[in-house]
Design a protein around this ligand. Structure first.
Ligand code: HGY
Ligand code: MN
Ligand code: MN
Length: 424
């Protein structure tokens, strides 16, 4: 009876710990920025695990890795996965849990001799974080045909490196075609990275969708000048202008309230010296909302503010869109399957949107897609203090296993709203 099948929790936890030792940072997290040597090392470890399981491993032109276990029939796989690249202050679960839980699902099926109807696949997608090379979810965006491969390979990172050259350097520019083949269905397990599940005392999130994301890079050009001799009315202070933009976006989010969030994560002044009025500044603005109309309103407000500020301060401001994704709704059948499966396994479950971006929001463009969340302690993520209780990690992986089996067995065309399918 596969309905009673569960993963090997200790094996999953061991792999999470082992992967976390690559690119280690203080506090127990990892730094594996996309396409760095640390990312390559993490990729090599996970690919070794995939190959040790006898999975068919492919690497595509943007470095996405897909490992497939055959089913009774050929055709589009039931797919799971996430990412193993991290931000500079990464925790050990963001992305890694989804990839390693997917690997654990395939190993569990093999060690119990389970033959699935369709192939099962686990993937890790390149540069999900977008922290080094914007936009985020770059690999999965290319996988689903949302960006041409050549355009993606030409992207220059915050350190001046280029995606294509870095893929060549780490040996992960593979032959598999982009866009990749659409899966039968896709389910991603991920830590919530927010405070909701923990606050509600709920174990599983049945994720209903992902909020819209707007990333803009600003270059402010003023005039460097002497901090002591330049009268205030003669200044064209790029540092002041950047600071005003940063405080304004915070005010916009607080004024709009509800789900609107705004972040200035990067801010660099030049020449960055105590006694020099900044001649130029670079900063990024991250705006997000579950409602596209409200997100556009926030973008318009910021753009108007920046234009007025530039005129008042006598600076030039150049804006570059680094990422722009509209809100995504996941497939009701998959959301229902996650919720029903969590309940069947005896876990509390809540439906909720995702505040963070995920590869699933890209796969949702090409197949029935959903996500499983598990709680984040104190809602912390993108921080080495990121933590999820082992029991919750295992619970999430068990729900993932059972949802994938349901999506393998059910008739997706007929729909299967109760998510029970024909549990075998
Ligand atoms: O930015 C995000 O939400 C994700 O961590 N890439
Ligand atoms: Mn993630
Ligand atoms: Mn992340």
């Amino acid at each position: 009876m596969t309905a009673d099948l569960r993963i090997d929790g200790d094996r999953l936890l061991r792999r999470i710990e082992e992967l976390a030792t690559i690119g280690p940072i203080d506090g127990g997290g990892s730094c594996r920025l996309a396409l760095t040597d640390e990312d390559r090392e993490g990729r090599d470890l996970v690919v070794t695990w995939m190959r040790d399981l006898g999975l068919d491993v492919t690497v595509d032109g943007i470095g996405n890795v897909v490992a497939t276990r055959p089913g009774r029939t050929d055709g589009p796989p039931v797919m799971t996965g996430s990412h193993i690249d991290t931000v500079r202050t990464g925790g050990r679960y963001d992305g890694n849990l989804g990839v390693l839980a997917g690997l654990e699902v395939l190993e569990t099926l093999s060690e119990h001799g389970i033959e699935t109807e369709h192939p099962f696949a686990v993937a890790f997608f390149t540069d999900e974080e977008g922290a080094r090379f914007p936009p985020d979810m770059l690999g999965s965006l290319v996988y689903v045909g949302g960006m041409g491969l050549e355009d993606a390979l030409d992207i220059t990172g915050i350190d001046g490196a280029e995606v294509g050259a870095e893929l060549d350097r780490i040996g992960y520019r593979g032959p598999a075609p982009c866009p990749g083949p659409a899966p039968r269905a896709f389910v991603e397990l991920h830590v919530e990275q927010g405070p909701v599940l923990e606050a509600e005392g709920t174990t599983i999130g049945a994720v209903t969708g992902v909020q819209g994301i707007s990333w803009t890079g600003y270059t402010v050009t003023g005039q460097s000048n002497h901090a002591g001799t330049t009268p205030m009315h003669l200044r064209h202070d790029a540092g002041y202008a950047a600071a005003r933009i940063a405080t304004h976006v915070r005010e916009v989010a607080e004024c709009m309230g509800d789900r609107q969030v705004a972040t200035v994560g990067r801010l660099e002044l030049h020449p960055d010296l105590v006694n020099v009025v900044a001649g130029s500044a670079e900063l990024t603005v991250d705006l997000r909302n579950t409602d596209e109309t409200l997100l556009r309103a926030a973008e318009a407000d910021v753009a108007a503010f920046v234009a007025g500020l530039a005129a008042d301060e006598g600076v030039e401001v150049e804006a570059t869109t680094l990422a722009r994704f509209e809100p995504v709704e996941f497939d009701d059948r998959v959301v229902a399957a996650v919720a029903a499966t969590a309940e069947r396994l005896g876990h509390s479950v809540a439906r909720m949107p995702s505040g963070a971006g995920h590869d699933a929001q890209m796969l949702a463009r090409v197949c029935p897609t959903g996500m499983v969340f598990v709680p984040s302690r104190d809602g912390i993520s993108h921080n080495p203090a990121e933590h999820t209780d082992p029991a919750d990690l295992v619970a999430g992986a068990d729900v993932l296993l059972q949802v994938l089996l349901h999506l393998d067995a059910c008739d997706l065309d007929a729909g299967d709203p109760d998510g029970e399918g024909d549990a075998r």
